[in-house]
Design a binder for this molecule. Structure first.
Ligand SMILES: Nc1nc2c(ncn2[C@@H]2O[C@H](COP(=O)(O)OP(=O)(O)OP(=O)(O)O)[C@@H](O)[C@H]2O)c(=O)[nH]1
Ligand SMILES: [Mg+2]
Length: 289
């Protein structure tokens, strides 16, 4: 069985960093994983792991922009359309990997997830190839500094989830940037997220965050805006689809927890034949001699 994890989320959310850490974790746990780069604009030198499959071998944004005179966003759309027309290329490239995690590092253009048919079509193709697929959606912890920004992030996660209809895990990335010092009044006044209790209200989004704060802000008094807010609060209350797993890459347990959720979502290994134990390598017990 092959497993694909699509690593998605807005620009700069930490997708490439997470993909790299995920691979390192798999390697150290003696599992196999491979990087698939789906970002036609990615800088090749920036990969710590050489992607085994790279969309840039098929089509690169640079060429598309240079030769066809597209801008960066139109160019990205062109690249993905080109990929979808050349699924046999991807299928052939994916052919050699068995019983492996394939980690798809995706580009950060949010419109790719919310209203283009590319990812759903890609997912259909992966499942036709017999590859079990899930997606993780990363939102960075800075989104919690502003409730409105945060809820717009929640709504885009929701919209991407509904668009893709595959097993899905939302991750709050860069948790190392969040301080939990409740005794820092300047901090809590500035961003309102400090303190464990408060963080919990974001990880499991509490729509009241939106409802209460809006009432307190006299400067925004447009009643239509208020009604819209109420409607969003109601939507999130009625459809609590989105909650976040915190990811702090400075804490190995945190990464392990996230990966165990991915394994569980994927039902990783559940229908595998029992594996032969690894042959002992020279040096495995070196420290016992
Ligand atoms: N503090 C902190 N910084 C992080 C973490 N993960 C990523 N970053 C930083 O955030 C920036 C963006 O990280 P990337 O991994 O390139 O993010 P991305 O989602 O792949 O970005 P795009 O591909 O451009 O959409 C880089 O400067 C990273 O060093 C994290 O866990 N903690
Ligand atoms: Mg990236």
């Amino acid at each position: 069985m092959r497993y694909a994890v699509l690593v998605t989320g807005p620009g700069g959310a930490g997708k490439s960093t997470f993909s790299k850490s995920f691979l390192t974790h798999l390697n150290t746990s003696r599992r196999t994983g491979h990087l698939v780069n789906l970002d036609p604009a990615a800088n090749a030198e920036s990969f710590e792991y050489e992607p085994v499959i790279d969309i840039k071998d098929l089509v690169s944004l640079e060429d598309v922009m240079g030769e066809l005179d597209y801008g960066p966003n139109g160019g990205l759309v062109y690249c993905f359309e080109y990929l979808l027309q050349n699924m046999d290329w991807l299928e052939e490239e994916l052919g050699g990997y068995d019983d492996d995690y394939l980690i798809f590092d995706c580009p950060g253009q949010i419109e790719l997830y919310t209203h283009h048919p590319f990812l759903p079509t890609l997912v259909q193709n992966l499942s036709r190839m017999g590859i079990r697929t899930c997606a993780v959606y990363l939102l960075e912890s800075q989104f919690m500094e502003d409730r409105y920004k945060f809820f717009s992030g929640v709504l885009s996660a929701m919209s991407a989830m509904v668009n893709l209809e595959i097993p899905w895990i939302n991750i709050m990335s860069k948790m190392d940037l969040v301080t939990e010092n409740t005794d820092d009044p300047a901090g809590s006044a500035r961003n309102g997220i400090r303190g464990r209790k408060n963080i919990a209200r974001y990880l499991d989004p509490d729509p009241l965050l939106l409802a209460t704060s809006r009432g307190q802000e006299a400067n925004i008094s447009n009643p239509r805006f208020h009604a819209l807010n109420q409607a969003i609060v109601q939507l999130i209350e009625d459809h609590p689809l989105v909650s976040f797993l915190p990811l702090d890459l400075t804490n190995p347990d945190s990464l392990e927890t996230v990966i165990s959720h991915i394994d569980y979502t994927m039902q990783y290994g559940e229908d595998e034949e029992p594996k032969e134990p690894h042959d002992l390598d020279d040096g495995d017990f070196a420290d016992m001699e």
